[in-house]
Design a protein around this ligand. Sequence first.
Ligand SMILES: Cc1ncc(C[n+]2csc(CCOP(=O)(O)OP(=O)(O)O)c2C)c(N)n1
Ligand SMILES: [Mg+2]
Length: 911
Amino acid sequence: MSTPFATPYNAALIDEYYQRWLDDPASLDAQWRAFFEGFTLASSGGPAALRAAAPNCDACLPEKKQSRVDSLIFHYRSIGHLEADLDPLGPPPPPEPRLALAEYELGEADLDLPFNVGHYLAGGSLKLRDLVANLSRTYCGHVGVEYIHIQDTEVRRWLQSRMEPVFNQPSFTRAQKLRILSRLHKAETFERFLHTRFLGQKRFSLEGGETLIPLLDSLVEFSPALGIKELVLGMAHRGRLTVLASVFRKDYAFMFEEFSENYLPDTVAGDGDVKYHLGYENEVATTSGHKVTLRMASNPSHLEVVDPVVEGKTRARQRILGDTARKKVVPVLIHGDAAFAGQGVVAETFNYSQLPGYYTGGTVHIVVNNQIGFTTAPKEARSSRYCTDIAKMIEAPIFHVNGDHPEHVCMVAELALEFRQQFGRDVVIDMYCYRRHGHNEADEPAFTQPGLYRRIAAHPFISELYSRALVAEGTLAQPEADALKNEYLAGLEEALAKVKKAAQEKADAKPALAGSTARFQPPYSFDPAPTSVPRELLEKAIRGLTTLSDTFHPNPKIKRLIETRAKALTENHPIDWAFGESLAFATLLLEQTPVRLSGQDVERGTFSQRHCVLTDVETDEKYSPLKNLGAPQAQFCVYNSTLSEASVLGFDYGYSLDYPSMLCLWEAQFGDFANGAQSVIDQFIASAESKWQRHSGIVMLLPHGYEGQGPEHSSARLERYLQLCAENNLQVCNLTTPAQIFHALRRQMRRDFKKPLVVMSPKSLLRNPAAVSTLDELTTGQFQEILDDPTAKGTEKRIILCTGKVYYDLLDKRSKTPDASAAIVRIEQLYPLHTERLAQIAAKYASARLVWCQEESQNNGAWSFIAPQLEALFGRKPLYAGRDASASPAVGALALHKLEQAALLQQAFSV
Ligand SMILES: Cc1ncc(C[n+]2csc(CCOP(=O)(O)OP(=O)(O)O)c2C)c(N)n1
Ligand SMILES: [Mg+2]
């Protein structure tokens, strides 16, 4: 809320603000500053009086002039970036009228007057002439900085204290300058080498933005001094190969092999991916002799969706290193200008960057701002001035910097990293550059931007400009500069020759995927996992979950719920779904397996079922029984998430990748809303193992079930997950008992392979007295992919197969159908489908009428997936009982829902 404006009733406040304004105009908001500026002007008799007084103004108006100079300083800090020389291709912008001296009623005559410069340059006084020159150098040079939107004065002052004394000008040693130049050469040589030796192959060249390489190198080099041990990176296509070769030091020979047209990856499983999507990890040595581990996340084409995954991976790495201060592992996200402004997941990820469950200590964002997205110009790509404006939502400082000035870029990189370490907040480097070629190497940019590309063709390479500058300033002699240029070519030729020779010799003695960091795991197996637990462990878990301290005052309804749950031990009271889930968590925790659960309102549970965090009705204090089961236990982490699907699921997926020994679960509020995270599901969860050999045991809990709540609260879109299934990539379950969720969750952590688990989780079943289990089922049972009808003999005339909640409706219907001769069999795990077990079922009910019953519409649910498989296994076509095909997943009116539900149940016993 902005400060209330002046009224006759707040004179004391105005007084106080006036003093503050005199002291530091920047400490007030724009409205108040304008007020005092106007007030000063008016009290001087207006502009005319000021002009009249101008010749001897310093004598009669010193305070007023000083305040105008204060305002000038403030405006340089605030909008100096508008005059900064950022674009390598364009002339510097014209002078910004709002920075003209006249705007402040100052003029030529004032230039040699001394003024107090306040906090600027740590106090003191300067002639106006020098002050303006310094301000212009600092804020309107090759760096344009936006930081006045940051409300925290300490942060602003810190930035000023770093930028203003050095006028935002770099001062590197000779050795550092040579390193910058050699990184540029390295990048450029590698790019050109690929260009000429692998003609026409897509590599998404970095040319025009090669300064990214010295920028990243600066981050790596500077990391040890700031206590950083690991950088976790995420980036899209542009320049990725060069980053892997030059910064990650990925083996050239291996990269060239990937480029070969005859390259067949030695993958033992999966389909692989294009080379500019592959992840990589390496430990690199810095010139100071320290080691920094670099981790590049594998990423799909879908721009920016890797951002939350990198954040989750980072948090997992921080946990593994015990980095509670979050200063040892730093996430670095590299963006394209069009994608950064356009993709909503960027805002979602910013939004949770400071939240307890998702905080990673601040991300360094780098925008390779080549001022184009495919063929789209900035004016078509965004409504904001800068592509980075979105970062202002979390008050991140933003450094716009000219990519043709590598020293400035490296200076900014160091400052950004230091800022992140100092304040634990995000920071953005917006590196202006250009794209020397088309979007990719086969693309013709002159179709859409002929003028721009004529200018680019005439523009010298960055290394050439920088090399010239170093020679001109005497840092480098021309012969040295020439020698540096060719340093890397020989190494590249050598690596290529090696690859060609190896190919000729068919050197298949080479170990699988030498040079890659892909990992492999045992294949999927239906072998039962040891998921039942000893009675003593279960008792300890129940006691831990149902014991509250005397000083805690639970809500009376919760108290009753807990007392009922406690009766599981004393009276063999049945266990409901939510308690089955809690017991899975509790037993894992007591076995030292940590658990992380995140999603919207997961602490209580959307349906008021979970209550894994309780609130004291008198003090509002929180208490989680799962965190207090009794030592020793592993950590239980539960977080109500921000209202996002894509970025939160992305985060939790990323976490599960890098912390496989933790059970990681994400829950959708209603299963329908997971479609907001479809790109994470399609491009990571379903396909990462096949593409990149990266494994995840993430659990997605997706509330699903037709209960008359309308189109967006009924279906978790089971059909979509089933359509994604192949090559044992996912497990898709629709479970009907608490014991089944207990074993399914524990199974995730008790096998020697990891697979994502998608659960159509219940809503009405949460309170269905029939959907309960006994303690014995937890101490002796195991997960069942298929549940045969416990009462059936095999002589029934009809076998109805189904999955999920409709089972209970069918049971009820059967009990009310006098002469029903039907077995009801539940498929609890639809994928991987346990065909061997299903074949046994088929044999048992060899002559029964075969029916598939589902509550979803015919074009939804499991029908299309299961029908051909049933036909193959049973040797006859299944009959369909369910809703007709429909455009919307469910009807809106409850009465209509009930009619439909009754009809499909009737159909199941009559079709
Ligand atoms: C979500 C998504 N939409 C569209 C594309 C197709 N695409 C690939 S690169 C690109 C342009 C990206 O521009 P920018 O972010 O500026 O990166 P640059 O290629 O300029 O480095 C587009 C539209 C994509 N990969 N992902
Ligand atoms: Mg771009």
